[in-house]
Design a protein around this ligand. Sequence first.
Ligand SMILES: [Zn+2]
Ligand SMILES: [Zn+2]
Length: 274
Amino acid sequence: MSGFQVAVLASGSKGNATVMRCECGIVLVDAGISCRRIAQGMQKLGLHPENLDAVFITHEHIDHVKGLETFAKKYPVPIYASRGTWQGIRQTLPRLDLKLCNRQVLAPQTEITLGGLQVRSFSVSHDALEPAGYLFRSKGHVFGYVTDTGYVSDVVKRELEGAEVLVIESNHDPILLKNGRYPPPLQKRILGTRGHLANETAGHLLATLQTLPGQVFLAHLSQENNTPDLALNTVRSIVMQQHPKANIQFYVTSQDEVVKNKEWEDYHEQNIFE
Ligand SMILES: [Zn+2]
Ligand SMILES: [Zn+2]
């Protein structure tokens, strides 16, 4: 048991939102789909946005903040982001009333404790003002979240060491991207060090961890330059080459479908049969 129930409500360049529940709390990472979709997704999990202890935003791109305007109006839940991300959000969402927002600042490389949940923010490399990934620790369990990063620094690798559940970006296949219809400047942006992670890079990141996670969500897949099978097979084969006995449960996330780990099913079964 990982100790974390993780449900990726949506993932990809059209919108990102993930719900994580553990013994110490319930959080949302990114609000890049409409508030209505967030509420509907949570309802299917037996939850309501008011059950959230906090929201953590990785960066200001619209696919990570689209639902915030309505969310902040309706729910007084604290919303954490870096100072730079808040600045960026002013530009991405000019109509967001920051006074209405329960706005909290969490700088990269710092952490906070919410009840028994420790949350650490760390810097990633992306073309946003001050983008971040997050680590959540609860009762000795660790959950890591990192998407929208052009590469994975040694610092990030160290941060992710020991996580039992990971959401990591597996954005594109470089050959599909190069042969695809994206214009060269966009290709360059995606492939650059402040762009997005290739399938291979996600695989190598996992393979270099000292302790492999038990569950990995492959996230932010490009709908143009990747396929779910290609992402899964590429990442898995790189990990298996170096760790033939690796036993990782992979989940491939989707732009339109909720993808959740087995802890949700176990939780629902317990609650039905108890
Ligand atoms: Zn994104
Ligand atoms: Zn982005």
